[in-house]
Write a protein that binds this ligand. Sequence first.
Ligand SMILES: Nc1ncnc2c1ncn2[C@@H]1O[C@H](COP(=O)(O)OP(=O)(O)OP(=O)(O)O)[C@@H](O)[C@H]1O
Ligand SMILES: [Mg+2]
Length: 846
Amino acid sequence: MVWAPEPSAAPGPGTGTTLQVLRALASGPRGLTEAEAEERIGRYGENALPGRRPASWPHRFARSLRDPFTAVLLGLGVVSALLASWGTALVICVLVTVSCVLRATGEHRADRSAAALRELVASTATVRRRATDTSPPAVRELPVDQLVPGDVVLLAPGDLVPADLHLLRARGLTVHEAALTGESAPVAKTARAASQDPAAAGLDLPHQCFQGSSVVSGTGTGVVVATGRRTLLSGALARAPRRRPPGPFDRSVNGIAWTLIRFMLLVAPLALVAGALVRGRGLETLPFAVAVAVGLTPEMLPVIVTASLARGAALLARGGEVVVRRLPALHDLGAADVLCVDKTGTLTEDRPVLALAEDAAGRPDDDVLRWAALGALWTLHLAELPVPDALDDAVLDACPGDLDDLPYEGVDALPCGPGRRLATAVVRRPGDPRFALAGTHTLVVKGAPEDVLDRCALDPADRERHRQRAAGLAAEGLRVLAVARAERPARERPYTEADEHDLTFTGFLALRDAPAPGAAEALAGLARHGVTVKVLTGDHPGTAVRVCRELGLAPGDAVTGDRIDALDDAALVRLAATTTVFARCTPAHKARVVTALRGAGHTTGFLGDGVNDLAALHAADVGVCPRDGVDVAREAADVVLAAKDLTALDRAIVTGRRSTANIGSYLRITLSSNVGNVIAMLAAGLMLPFLPMLPAQVLVQNLFFDAAQLALAFDRPGPAAAAAPAVLRPRALLRFVTGFGLLNAAADVATFAVLAAGDEGVFHAGWFTENLLTQAMVMMLLRAGRLPAPGALRAAVAGLAVAGLLLPASPVGAALGMAPLPLPYYGALGAVLVVYGCALAVARRR
Ligand SMILES: Nc1ncnc2c1ncn2[C@@H]1O[C@H](COP(=O)(O)OP(=O)(O)OP(=O)(O)O)[C@@H](O)[C@H]1O
Ligand SMILES: [Mg+2]
């Protein structure tokens, strides 16, 4: 991991004192100049995050060769080649090449546009740089890839650590290093103490922050010691690439793929054995068996999937509202039947306005407000939070008079953070003659009433009375903050959470946070689309329940974090199913609820924007984050919304379902006709003295099917496709395919009856024509789309029909062993088609 800046004896940036590190990097606390940075980016290259380097086209092509369908096809090709059945081998090669080229191209294009979209929502780093050597340092946001070794970077809660850093300064800094170490608890980081061994190096050094970790709380400043491929994360990923556990998309699409592959591997030996037993045929049937197996393969599935999803993502991006960062997530969004959202900022505007300030006795009292504002002011100052918290903002806004007049100055601050629902500022009065010598520090604490009251010196009856009062205010939909204070003798030692005890209760503040405009309609829309919304909030249960009621969401009783703690996983699964509001949730509670819902079989989405939502975003099947969410949340999300707007999310869900509907159409259509053909071929193979279709004919027919079915990716599904969560269920699909496959086989057998009069060439030609025509009909009748069908689809269907009619009579047909079909056969084929069409339409309606 040690990156040597120059080939010199200077200590590596991972080691040495801060001064040595800065010297080795030729940098300083004031940062690099723009000119130096420019020179270094030339020298060290861009700071691309690992995993973000786009795969090249040949790489993609090679990867699609490893796809299970392709692998099976290739295996069959090898078998054909071994049997010297060159025609079959050739056609299989063409099939594989076409499908891999289409897939690689489609994925490449989809990835390129996804990368462009990701760029729109990419994280930035906050750097300190100077315009010239003499100008003062200025702090600005920089695309992460522009960072160079020696840059000075500022960290705040919710930031992703953009490169490997040596800390120059840290205040209450804790980072999450799960990406590197798998450790889920945040790790405290401090600037290097003089006492530390300057030669030590490694992951557990508290003065180093590594790319890929994220800031949970506190702030820090560090100098970049390694970027791009030289970071520890890059090394770790190169050794063990990170894999996502399979999501709903992988489960359903891969599940279907493997069911088919098993089926296919069964069919080929079956054809062989049946041929041997009934007709006494030997290995000469093998090419036919291989072709039948190939005929069953939906080898275009990966192509159709990529095309359908990419098209949906492109449609969403065009509206500028939704960016899909990972294509399969669009399917997963459409499959979600439960959506968990946080309250603040999603259901409400997150613009709290002070409604009331009262003292311990319940009398209106501006002093409570003044103390709270003093606490907010110094917490913001001392904790150097980059964006003031909305509650603090509201308190400061409402405070009467000029805050700078308050005769206090800050000593220390313990801000709130994920899982911590109170904030403490320690202040003192400068120059107060009474405290000049001994000195007194005042702790000003504000936060969630339960948490603050627990830390107050109160007799149980009073505590209960205050708690009731807070619950009463919350039940009106207000956000409630309790304020408390304590006087302590001044000290040098920094303050910790252990000092937050024996406080004197000062009073309550209540703030009104109006419901977000449009939230009620969006919730109704989600309900109409069969999505159950659950609210997971850090706020008071009373407030959350009231807000939900105002928005028309029947909230029932809220379940709080304490209750969740008391339950084991199985009990939580049961409770989660029937609960709408989860309140006083820490990040871990949110994640546990999401996991429980998934455990109960729900496909679960999560929408959140804060550091406290990170764990749940990871736990969900599909994570959604608004664009202005913190970097880590955005980075963890699969889908990014332009605004925290549930309406846009509803639209994205519908788009996801449409893409899934097109994939479903493809599977239903392809598989029912393929299965039908296979049944018919096996049956005919036993009844006829010759093979019902030559291997090359089977494969050419397959090529035509594939080409035509690509158009299904561009179908426009009707409103029914959006009405309920869209999941591709292998079982249901199998039932459908068996039913319609048998119908298709019946049509084929009827065709055999018609063709039985002709010789082998006529038989082959007739069946080829019938197959292409029925396929064209099936495409029109079994698609999920609305009428009229889009142009591309109509053209594909027409092309298929024309090919079916003309090819047998052409030289290609002759080369494939077909004879021109005598005219009377067309009439008979027409009759079969009409009957089959009617049967299809009737069966479809059922
Ligand atoms: N600046 C603050 N000062 C004091 N207390 C705070 C502050 N911010 C939040 N709190 C307390 O912490 C609680 C939980 O906050 P948290 O950020 O976890 O959830 P939230 O953002 O209110 O809700 P949601 O989870 O719906 O986004 C708040 O209800 C409040 O009581
Ligand atoms: Mg929040």
